[in-house]
Design a protein around this ligand. Structure first.
Ligand SMILES: C[S@@+](CC[C@H](N)C(=O)[O-])C[C@H]1O[C@@H](n2cnc3c(N)ncnc32)[C@H](O)[C@@H]1O
Length: 317
């Protein structure tokens, strides 16, 4: 199997201060790159609970971990990461020494046309991370959602200035025949762009729309919010959480959630004024996010937009 280059792996291991026989969560196991980094960080290794929604990724990660002779230290489960407290309970773990999330899709997802994430190769318009979940696909969404909902998704999750035009174009096009493939959708989105913008664009005009649909189909922001709400209480004193994000919507959510926990506030999100005067549940380890070095970006293009934020449970909680 080819060597896999997980984003900011050394930094994750260093920031989590991995200790022998500690308990660590990798909520986005993927091909197991960060989990293996954590496992190899010390001897004896720590225990790792690895979760992924995608069954294929889990299988590949399992075989990598087995190849390294480290499987006795690892428990793998097919699960959304928002459900990590239930998984910990099943293992009898009361708390964690550390947790990591490396958000988004893996290059394996983007490279396999049949999963429908990429807009450059033709494949079924699917985009589900758990492909056999029976839940709504990207095709269901673009063919069935009303125009206002589509416009909202494309604008809010894609930060797409042409959301209105694109939603109208999708609506007109699907009246003739439903969308079935990624290239059909990519072409329709492209044709909604004014010719002048198309000529100036540095990326394919459908890039933001594809990101938006993927986020909606997989409820990615809801998943992240649920995780961020649950992690402070699951860390032992001094335990750390590291989250690597790849776009501003995710990074903003992580930043605000960590800041709110560091203020000690547990008031509902929609409440404007804090009335709880709670104790800090996290401490920010760095003011600014950690980003990959120029060498890492040169080696791995996927790393170029990564930002990692790290927070720690206070010792005196
Ligand atoms: C960028 S990849 C992680 C790569 C991994 N760190 C590695 O080194 O190989 C993200 C992974 O997280 C999974 N994923 C995304 N959202 C998830 C969620 N809410 N719950 C569980 N897994 C999720 C995806 O299926 C994908 O395999």
């Amino acid at each position: 199997m080819a060597e896999h280059d997980p984003v900011l792996c050394q930094e994750v291991v260093q920031e989590l201060r991995v200790r022998p026989r500690g308990r660590y969560l990798d909520g986005t196991l993927g091909l197991g790159g960060h989990a293996l980094g954590v496992l190899r960080a010390c001897s004896p290794p720590p225990y790792v609970l690895g979760l992924d929604r995608d069954g294929q990724s889990l299988k590949e990660a399992e075989s990598r971990i087995l190849d390294q002779g480290l499987s006795e230290w690892v428990t793998l489960a097919r699960s959304r990461f928002s459900r990590f407290p239930e998984m910990m309970r099943q293992l009898g773990w009361e708390d964690l020494h550390g947790a990591v999330l490396d958000l988004g899709v893996s290059s394996r997802h983007l490279d396999s046309a049949e999963r429908g994430f990429g807009l450059h190769q033709d494949g079924p318009l699917d985009m589900r991370l758990d492909a056999d979940s029976g839940e709504e696909t990207a095709a269901d969404l673009v063919n069935l959602a009303d125009r206002e909902r589509l416009e909202r998704i494309i604008r809010d999750y894609g930060e797409e200035p042409m959301a209105g035009r694109i939603a109208r174009q999708i609506q007109q096009r699907r009246e003739k025949a439903p969308f079935r493939t990624t290239l059909e959708l990519a072409e329709a989105v492209k044709s909604a762009y004014p010719a002048k913008w198309r000529r100036k664009a540095r990326r394919h005009p459908a890039t933001r729309t594809f990101q938006a649909l993927r986020i909606a189909v997989n409820e990615e922001l809801e998943e992240l919010s649920a995780f961020l709400g649950r992690i402070p209480e699951s860390l032992r004193p001094g335990g750390r959480v590291a989250v690597i994000s790849f776009h501003s919507l995710e990074d903003r959510l992580v930043k605000w959630s960590f800041r709110k926990a560091a203020r000690g506030c547990t008031c509902p999100e929609e409440q404007m004024v804090c009335t709880c005067s709670g104790r800090p549940r996290l401490r920010l380890v760095h003011k600014k996010p950690i980003t990959p070095s120029a060498e890492e970006i040169a080696r791995n293009r996927r790393a170029r937009s990564a930002k990692m934020r790290v927070a720690e449970a206070p010792e005196d909680r």
